[in-house]
Design a protein around this ligand. Structure first.
Ligand SMILES: *Cc1c(COP(=O)(O)O)cnc(C)c1O
Length: 398
């Protein structure tokens, strides 16, 4: 197989606009956070209908900033899902709080009912993750948050462009406190590395802005103009989480093309679903009423009892035939560092653990051609057909 025919799991969609923007920034003499970042924040605010937006170096940084700005204390608990990237959990730990796992619903997203069972007198916040770009059952989560006075920080790493009840994820009309987006290389909108937080709260915004740049105070900036450009003051130990203009320029151009990326992803998802509709050995991802799926991932579920392959063998057989696939996610309890903590009974998540061996993310990115999607679907179908188990005979004397 030659490498040009290999169908990658994910490819960034970088055009001439992004390249020209980077070159222009390099020629401008201003590389770090400046006008391009301010413009990116402004257009992102407009796109998501957010009151405040802060460009950051990653979604991980954004989650850490949000949880730090909430001033969590040791012993405070933050409820989240086991089907996420490890960064969701480590952000809670780095903010000094204790993560608590709730189980997932049939769609793979955090279950509000399970989260409700995890609420204690120490619970302070809840982090839903819009897995694969499908918005969580936010009404249930917001109801829970209101009832118990919890903060809501959305991990929207997969969900730029997604909507819930026709409202963009990140919009300030929604009751969440902070929404964190990722612009990592594989995500729907990429700056290579980067992220954005949106919030409706002027207070959280000011705190996150200060914390993102060493804890240098806003007041200090006023004095900076009075005393001279050498002056600064530090009010608390902050972080270095700003996004430079070099990357924000890429983000600006990506944002202007985002709707076309999502339309392409939706077309690909629809074609996959049409081509794989009659394959009994797998279950297809579904859309849900009232939600716009951003189709960051196209994750199928294998019906393992019908085939004589396990998930690793299935992915390996796709790879041998020139198709890249992946898994989202290895549930947090299965990662070594988290295991002792995850074994505590209040972190039990049997549904997520049962789902895990079935999950396979097929190639999904805006540059996939219709021919490529057809090839992937045909190979998936054939691989599963060849692996089909003989139907059990129920004849009593067979
Ligand atoms: C990618 C991802 C992150 C981390 O994003 P970075 O920008 O790489 O920090 C967090 N949560 C989820 C669910 C992700 O997929």
């Amino acid at each position: 197989m030659n490498s040009s025919s290999y169908i990658s799991f994910s490819v960034p969609d970088i055009g001439e606009e992004e390249i020209a923007e980077v070159v222009a920034t390099m020629r401008s003499g201003w590389l770090t956070t400046g006008e391009k970042t301010a413009q990116f924040e402004k257009e992102f605010r407009e796109y998501t209908n957010a009151r405040q937006s802060l460009a950051v170096s990653s979604c991980t940084a954004g989650l850490h900033l949000a949880l730090t700005a909430l001033r969590l204390k040791p012993g405070d608990e933050v409820i989240t899902t086991p089907l996420t990237f490890c960064a969701t959990i480590t952000a809670i730990l780095h903010a000094g709080a204790t993560p608590v796992l709730a189980d997932v619903d049939a769609d793979g997203n955090l279950s509000p009912e399970s989260a409700r069972k995890r609420v204690t007198s120490k619970t302070r916040a809840i982090i839903p993750v819009h897995l694969g770009g499908l918005p969580c059952e936010m009404d249930g989560i917001w109801r829970l948050a209101e009832e118990y006075g919890l903060a809501v920080v959305e991990d929207a790493a997969h969900a730029v462009g997604a909507c819930y009840h026709d409202v963009p994820i990140g919009a300030s009309s929604a009751p969440s406190d902070v929404v964190a987006f990722s612009f990592y290389a594989t995500k729907n909108l990429t700056t290579g590395e980067g992220g954005m937080v949106t919030t409706g709260s002027a207070d959280l915004y000011e705190q996150m802005k200060t914390l993102a740049l060493h804890g240098i105070s806003k007041d200090a900036w006023n004095r900076y103009s009075r005393e001279g450009n050498w002056f600064y003051d530090v009010l608390e130990p902050g972080f270095k989480y700003n996004l430079p203009d070099l990357l924000s320029g890429i983000g600006l151009q990506q944002l202007r093309r985002l709707e076309s990326f999502i339309a392409a992803r939706k077309r690909i998802a629809d074609l996959y679903r049409e081509l794989l509709a009659d394959v009994d050995e797998l279950e297809l991802p579904r859309e849900r009423a009232g939600r716009r799926h951003a189709w960051h991932l196209f994750a199928i579920r294998l019906n393992l009892e019908q085939i004589n392959l396990d998930r690793a063998e299935f992915i390996e057989s796709l790879r041998k035939r020139g198709i890249g696939a992946s898994v989202h996610f290895i549930p947090v309890p299965l990662l070594s560092f988290f295991r002792p903590w995850a074994e505590l009974p209040h972190n039990a998540c049997p549904r997520a653990l049962a789902l895990y061996p079935r999950l396979v993310s097929l190639p999904m990115h805006s540059r996939l051609t219709e021919d490529e999607v057809r090839r992937v679907a045909a190979i998936v179908k054939q691989t599963l057909h060849n692996a089909r188990r003989a139907k059990k005979s129920f004849a009593p004397c067979a």
